[in-house]
Design a protein around this ligand. Structure first.
Ligand SMILES: *Cc1c(COP(=O)(O)O)cnc(C)c1O
Length: 232
């Protein structure tokens, strides 16, 4: 494995990352937005440290993982070499993993049910860590997908704030694969507006430009940077 202090390697990842960065810049400018207002979350699920290093060497510092255990295996060591990292949890969080998630992650994007909000509040009460929190909204009402229903989102956000004392930064969604993403992104932005939430995590490899057009502050891009993932 390459060491962090070696000269940056030129890899396929480096090239793809440059292209993604260029597209983010262009989409932001086309939408009349400051490119600096869009944060790239490099999604590294299924990628090992060797595949991640070129992105770190290229200066990327925000990364997303969808499993607590996998992140726990990979990131503590990388953090030792790259202290300014910001790690996002973008996959479902079980209540029995909340403690570990609070230790590992700087942003939890998948807060989606009262039981989890209560568990988070309990863990945070005994911890100095303060991960930023995003509420995941199941904009497509897909039964197999995590996320609070768009119809329950306002009440759930109030519950998190008032009953659990949690500070909510924003919202996240994963539109149904077979549908146009834009109505889902527009709905997420609308729920964000009426709840006074600034962060919007929306857009993946296939549709991050559309996400930016509709107000994304965070885009979560995996395969367009790292190539195809090995099966989980
Ligand atoms: C895997 C994943 C991504 C990245 O997907 P790509 O299509 O590879 O960009 C983004 N968000 C979530 C929640 C994911 O699980």
């Amino acid at each position: 494995m390459a060491e962090p202090d070696e000269a940056p390697q030129h890899t396929a990842t480096t090239d793809r990352l440059k292209q993604v960065r260029a597209k983010i810049d262009r989409s932001a400018r086309d939408a009349g937005r400051d490119p600096g207002s869009v944060h790239l979350v490099c999604v590294t699920k299924g990628q090992d440290a060797e595949q991640i290093l070129p992105a770190l060497q290229a200066g990327e510092r925000i990364f997303g993982e969808n499993r607590v255990q996998e992140a726990g295996r990979k990131w503590p060591e990388l953090r030792g070499s790259y202290p300014a990292l910001q790690l996002h949890l973008i996959g479902p969080l079980q209540t029995n993993k909340v403690h570990e998630a609070v230790e590992l992650f700087d942003v939890i994007e998948t807060l989606d049910r009262p039981k989890l909000a209560t568990a988070l509040a309990a863990v945070l009460a005994g911890s100095a860590r303060r991960p930023r929190l995003l509420v995941q909204v199941n904009t497509g009402l897909e039964p197999q997908k995590a996320g609070v229903s768009p119809l329950d989102a306002d009440d759930f956000i109030s519950f998190c704030r008032s009953s659990c004392g949690l500070e909510i930064d924003g919202l996240m969604c994963i539109p149904p694969e077979a549908e146009q993403a834009s109505p889902h992104f527009a709905l997420l932005a609308e729920i964000g507006r009426r709840n006074g939430l600034k962060a919007l995590s929306m857009g993946m490899s296939a549709d991050f430009e559309l996400g930016i057009q509709l107000g994304a502050t965070h885009v979560r891009v995996g395969s367009a940077i790292f190539g195809a993932r090995s099966a989980p």
